[in-house]
Design a protein around this ligand. Structure first.
Ligand code: SF4
Length: 403
């Protein structure tokens, strides 16, 4: 697959051994001098899309109220005075939470923590979940960015992906959000859907741009293990697109978005100037964030934790979510991850960082870099090492060689 939309699967977790964590709980010692991101995972969906392997439940809706109360309780357990500048609600479908949740969350934030004046608060949403009332509740609580899971404006593609919404529900949702006062809008698209051709990709990008989002995330479809779509592929019921098509589709996306003023700042992410997702940049730039809710991951310094993934265990616990694992990253893992995440960014890696990433002169990594530069896949500029346009097309392979 050309593009990898998910990053956490590259993290090597030191799993718990006999139920005991291999490291201390990192949440006991948050960095005192940092302004953190805050991620909350909401594991409920109305319907399971066939390509999705995120932790989301479709048969537990009667527990949403209990979950909301538990999430608020977990938030209130973060040490008072902690400073945040980004908040991100992902899922799942966060907009399935009860409307009063958002105001209560804001009250706790304001009373216990320091929220930067220019904070970014993103909520992921499915178009069909947006109502006028909900949009106003989000804005009243202080949400200033919504990321809409559009995926396609073509009925056939939506059906293949087993998405529940219709193409026309996207502009309706955008109108409701804008009318309520949501400042910043991001749309997610997927290309490489079985049966899609370049005309379909062009159509999706055009429809998206007609809505004038300030941010687009565009991912190549991934056949994750154990998803319904992968099973359909294995049974011969759907035919994956050719690699060449995916490369052409990606080039088309990049050129169309560039012409519309959305610059690529990460392999799969495009934004108007200044409208990049600041929260996701924390992941890509190795900055610290706190994670709430089952199956989410957080990171402080060299320690990363993964919350245990089951709703049951979460609801029956109190305080911070029980941990599944803690990883204290080795130097080797840190270096590999910096190449993985740093090179996916348009700005790449600083040359003066390479020595500390075991890529100084004479090292095996340096030899790979030289080879990639010779092949026109990497550019070694005055200050930075970056993927070339050709390198972005083969980002997974180039970065894989360097990891
Ligand atoms: S709405 Fe999103 S999280 Fe829920 S099943 Fe579909 S892709 Fe997965």
């Amino acid at each position: 697959m050309l593009l990898q939309g998910r990053y956490d699967r590259f993290w090597t977790m030191n799993l718990t051994k006999n139920g005991n964590l291999l490291g201390d709980d990192p949440r006991l010692s948050p960095p005192s001098d940092a302004v953190l991101g805050l991620y909350a995972h909401v594991p409920f969906c109305a319907h399971k899309c066939h390509y999705c392997d995120f932790y989301s439940l479709v048969d537990q809706h009667d527990r949403i109220d209990q979950y909301s109360a538990r999430l608020l309780e977990e938030l209130s357990q973060i040490p008072a005075g902690t400073r945040f500048d980004t908040i991100f609600f992902g899922g799942g479908t966060p907009t399935m939470l009860p409307q009063q949740f958002w105001g209560t969350w804001r009250s706790i934030l304001e009373s216990q923590f320091e929220l930067s004046a220019d904070y970014e608060w993103t909520v992921e949403a499915n178009p069909e979940t947006i109502t006028d009332e909900l949009a106003h509740a989000l804005v009243a609580a202080g949400v200033n960015r919504v990321s809409l899971g559009v995926q396609s404006f073509t009925s056939d593609s939506l059906q293949t992906l087993e998405r529940r919404h219709r193409p026309e529900s996207v502009p309706q949702a955008v109108d409701l959000l804008r009318s309520a006062g949501v400042d910043r809008l991001s749309l997610d698209l997927i290309f490489g859907v079985p049966g899609q051709d370049l005309h379909g990709v062009e159509h999706d990008v055009s429809e998206a741009m007609a809505l004038q989002p300030d941010h687009l995330s565009v991912y190549g479809l991934i056949y994750e293990p154990n998803t319904a779509l992968t099973k359909r592929r294995d049974l011969g019921l759907v035919q994956p697109c050719e690699q060449e098509f995916e490369a052409e589709a990606y080039e088309l996306v990049v050129s169309r978005l560039k012409a519309s003023g959305l610059h690529r700042y990460e392999v799969s992410n495009f934004a108007l100037p200044g409208e990049h997702c600041r929260h996701n940049l924390k992941y890509w730039k190795n900055e610290p964030w706190w994670a709430l809710g089952p199956s989410s991951s957080g990171q402080f310094s060299q320690a990363r934790w993964k919350n245990q993934p089951r709703l049951e265990g979460y609801l029956s616990s109190s305080g911070w979510c029980p941990l599944e694992s803690v990883e204290i990253r080795t130097v080797e893992l840190h270096c590999a991850e910096r190449f993985l995440l740093g090179l996916r960014l348009q700005e790449g890696l600083r040359l003066d960082e390479l020595e500390s990433l075991q890529a100084g002169p004479g090292t095996p990594r340096d030899a790979v870099i030289r080879m990639m530069v010779d092949r026109g896949l990497l550019d070694r500029g005055v200050e930075r090492l970056t993927l070339t346009d050709q390198g972005f097309l083969l980002a997974d392979q180039v970065i894989g060689e360097l990891m």
